[in-house]
Design a protein around this ligand. Structure first.
Ligand SMILES: [Zn+2]
Length: 262
C-alpha cells in the first residue's frame, strides 16, 4: 500500500527489472467526497475507485466546483455560449455520477477557466465537508505544474486541489475558522484520509480491474466533451501505467495522506 517516506522512486518512470511489490489496498471508506474543478475530471481520474467503493457500500458525494462552461477546444460548437453549455455539462456530470453510484452531486458554479483558490471557495468546500462529514476526500495535486512534456496542468485543477486540501485542513476541523459556519449549525469535522490523484509520487493503488467498464461508461456520459473520440484505449493504457508499480493490470494511483488530527 505505501512505500514509506524513504522510497522516492522516479516519478512517472516504471521500475523495470524490479519485481512489483505486494500492495495492500486500503478498505473502502464509509463516506467519501470527491472534489474537482470540472465535469469529467472525476471520471478521468478517480471514477474506477468511486465505482468500486460505491459497490462496497460507501456513500459518495461529488462536488463539481464549476459547471465546465469553458467547454472543449475541439468539440464545442462555435455558436455555443457559456450560458447554454452549463446545463448540458451539469446534466452529463449527474449522469456520470449515476453510473458510478455516487449518492449526491453538488455544483458550486464558480467560473470555468478562471478558478482561484480563494477564501470564499475554501469556505464553500469547508461547508460541504462539515455537512457531509466524509472519512475520505479525493482531489488532485495542487503542486503539479506540468505532466510529462506535453500537458500543462490546468490552472483550475491546481486551484480546486489547493482549496480542497486547505478546506480539509485546517478549516473543516477547526471550530473557530469560519465561525459563520458554526452559526449555520455546522460543527467541525476531521477528515481522516486524503486521496491525491495525479501526484508525482504515488504510494497507494486502487485495483480498478472490476470497475474499468463503469469508469469508461461514466466518462462516455460527457458527450459534449468527447465528440467522436473513444476514450477506451487511452483509459486502459493510463490505468495500466498507474498499476505498474503495484503489479496491477488496471489501477488508479494516489498519494494517500492519513491525517492524525491535533
Ligand atoms: Zn478539468
Amino acid at each position: 500500500m505505501t512505500d514509506g517516506p524513504t522510497d522516492s522512486g522516479t516519478p512517472g518512470v516504471p521500475e523495470h527489472g524490479k519485481k512489483a511489490r505486494k500492495v495492500v489496498e486500503p478498505p473502502a471508506p464509509a463516506r467519501a467526497m470527491s472534489i474537482h474543478a470540472h465535469p469529467d475530471d472525476q471520471e478521468f481520474t478517480v471514477g474506477g475507485t468511486l465505482a468500486k467503493w460505491a459497490r462496497a457500500g460507501s456513500t459518495i458525494v461529488t462536488v463539481c466546483i464549476t459547471r465546465g462552461t469553458g467547454g472543449s477546444n475541439k468539440f464545442t460548437p462555435r455558436d455555443m455560449t457559456r450560458e447554454a453549455l452549463g446545463p448540458i455539462r451539469e446534466a452529463e456530470q449527474r449522469s456520470a455520477c449515476r453510473v458510478l453510484g455516487v449518492a449526491e452531486t453538488w455544483f458550486l458554479d464558480y467560473p470555468d477557466g478562471m478558478l482561484e483558490a480563494t477564501i470564499a471557495l475554501r469556505r464553500d468546500l469547508t461547508r460541504l465537508i462539515r455537512r457531509f462529514r466524509p472519512d475520505a476526500v479525493l482531489c488532485g495535486d495542487p503542486t503539479v505544474r506540468y505532466y510529462g512534456s506535453s500537458y500543462l496542468n490546468h490552472p483550475d485543477h491546481r486551484a480546486a486541489a489547493d482549496a480542497a486540501l486547505d478546506a480539509v485542513f485546517p478549516s473543516a476541523g477547526t471550530r473557530l475558522i469560519f465561525p459563520e459556519l458554526l452559526a449555520e449549525g455546522l460543527e467541525p469535522h476531521e477528515v481522516r484520509e486524503v486521496y491525491i490523484h495525479g501526484a508525482e509520487r504515488s504510494d497507494t493503488y486502487v485495483d480498478i480491474g472490476s470497475t474499468m467498464d463503469m469508469k469508461l461508461a461514466a466518462l462516455r456520459e460527457h458527450r459534449s466533451q468527447m465528440g467522436e473520440w473513444d476514450p477506451k484505449d487511452f483509459l486502459v493504457e493510463w490505468a495500466k501505467e498507474q498499476g505498474v508499480r503495484a503489479g496491477l493490470e488496471a489501477a488508479e494511483a494516489y498519494r494517500r495522506m492519513v491525517l492524525e488530527g491535533p
